[in-house]
Design a protein around this ligand. Structure first.
Ligand SMILES: [Zn+2]
Length: 320
């Protein structure tokens, strides 16, 4: 197939069903989870999402409410299943963008190869998943490619997996791919941006996840002005007080003309956030309830479109 750089040049986003023009990705959840296999040897509290029919139904509801696309943020080795992502995408007719990279150590068996590998090996692995296909799909008729890189950092720098970070940086640099970064409630946000910029990445290649758990407006404005995309997702997590933290943050960022640096998501890794698996709001809440609240609060249509997909779409193809 065409090289990944030529995909970027033609402004195509790589979904599990193949490339599509970035302008067609529509309402997009910038950080979600629609499949997680159980991982033997991982932390016993690791989430599992493997009830195919219920997940298909929620994806269909997502599409019915106006959702087109979502980024699945479960990387290799901690429950990702590219073949299931493809089957879900086909069954529900929703675009799913899969990732390569790594999650927090606790979601893997202790002896997983990622944590004892050189940066070069991690870089080669991620690069192959972007250019050739997710490893668990390589022996299928049409391998599924990763469309972005998702990594995780811990709350302190010494605890971060340094070789893996370096490998992810090199892969993102080489393939010009978007890098989503799980942060522990926004910790190390400034440091990790500088780190990746030192490694040659553009700030517009970086997405900082869960930043609304650290609702520091001054910091958010500074990061947004640098070009980094900030992902907010605590809409249905009462312990983070979304009414007093998340919603005012969205309003203040829009007032400061920085909504082009904000992406909204629901991050439903836990089954209890699904309405068919637990008692949660469900996948359809982003195009549904959240979209409706943005309208009721009077956000201009263009601002809503940016935060509900436009911003992540542009960055997936390397446009600020
Ligand atoms: Zn997540």
């Amino acid at each position: 197939m065409a090289s990944f750089s030529s995909l970027i040049g033609s402004r195509l986003v790589m979904t599990v069903r193949g490339p599509i023009p970035y302008k067609n990705i529509g309402i997009t959840d910038a950080h979600n989870h629609v499949w997680i296999d159980p991982v033997p040897g991982a932390d016993l509290a690791s989430p599992v999402l493997n009830q195919f029919d219920s997940i298909v139904n929620e994806l269909i509801e997502y599409r019915t409410e106006g959702g087109h696309t979502l980024l699945d943020c479960q990387p290799n080795g901690c429950g990702r299943n590219g073949n299931k992502l493809l089957a879900l995408s086909k069954a529900a007719d929703v675009n799913i963008i899969a990732c390569s990279g790594f999650h927090r150590k606790k979601y893997y068996p202790r002896d997983h190869w990622l944590w004892n590998s050189s940066a070069e090996k991690v870089c080669d692995f991620i690069t192959n998943e972007i250019t050739k296909g997710l490893f668990e799909t390589l022996d299928t008729a049409v391998p599924v490619n990763a469309g972005f890189i998702k990594i995780a950092i811990e709350s302190t720098w010494p605890d971060c997996p340094h070789a893996a970070l370096e490998g992810a940086a090199a892969a993102a640099y080489k393939t010009e791919t978007l890098l989503e970064i799980h942060t522990e409630k926004g910790a190390l946000a400034e440091k990790i941006c500088l780190y990746f910029m030192d490694m040659g990445l553009f700030p517009t290649q970086l997405v900082l996840c869960h930043m609304d758990k650290r609702p520091d407006l001054v910091l958010h404005k500074e990061l947004a002005r640098s070009g980094v995309l900030l992902e907010y997702d605590t809409f249905y997590r009462p312990k983070y007080n979304p009414q007093t933290n998340l919603w005012p943050l969205i309003e203040q960022m829009a007032q400061a003309n920085l909504s082009k640096s904000v992406a909204l998501a629901t991050d439903m890794a836990e089954a209890n956030l699904y309405h068919s698996l637990g008692n949660g709001a469900g996948l359809a809440s982003l195009p549904g309830e959240i979209h409706k609240q943005l309208q009721e609060k009077g956000f201009p249509q263009a601002v809503q479109a940016q935060m509900l997909g436009g911003n992540i779409a542009r960055r997936l193809v390397g446009i600020h």
